[in-house]
Design a protein around this ligand. Structure first.
Ligand SMILES: [Mg+2]
Length: 148
């Protein structure tokens, strides 16, 4: 019930914009769910933030693709949780591994897999350093394109 309400609200908000992203990229830990999955066991039943499922459903209905960019060192636990939550098929790309490059490597791979340009992506992450490094990468990409 609450999920439907969030979904309707998200659909309404998206309806107010003429330009929407083609792909929305989500972090996992403390973005989709309120914990670090490396500190949990695969046997547990995870739960997401209360609004997460409704937002994912709205994006899906709107035809906006979704992907995951996570630096979790335990991709097996993350994947098990995505399975248990029945949301795994919603994502066109799942990049889950620790990396020193923050998430620029993750984004490069998402771009290669989907063909979606960085300028048509929207990124949600609770950590500033990830957003900053990806933003820097996007700006660099734009600059390179304008030089071409
Ligand atoms: Mg996080």
């Amino acid at each position: 019930m609450a999920e439907e309400k969030v979904k309707d609200e998200a659909m309404q908000i998206m309806g107010m914009f003429q330009i929407l992203p083609r792909l929305v990229v989500f972090d996992l830990d403390y973005t989709l769910w309120p914990f670090y999955c490396e500190c949990r066991s695969k046997r547990e039943m995870p739960s997401m933030y209360p609004q997460a499922k409704g937002i994912l459903s709205a994006l899906k209905e709107k035809g906006i693709e979704m992907a995951i960019a996570s630096r979790s060192p335990t991709s097996d636990i993350a994947n098990t949780f995505l399975d248990k939550l029945n949301i795994k098929p919603m994502f066109v790309a799942k990049e889950i591994y620790s990396s020193w490059s923050h998430k620029t490597e993750h984004f490069q791979k998402i771009h290669t897999r989907t063909g979606v340009p960085f300028t048509a992506m929207l990124f949600f992450d609770d950590e500033d350093r990830n957003i900053k490094s990806v933003k820097h990468k996007l700006l660099l990409e734009r600059t390179l394109h304008s030089v071409d």
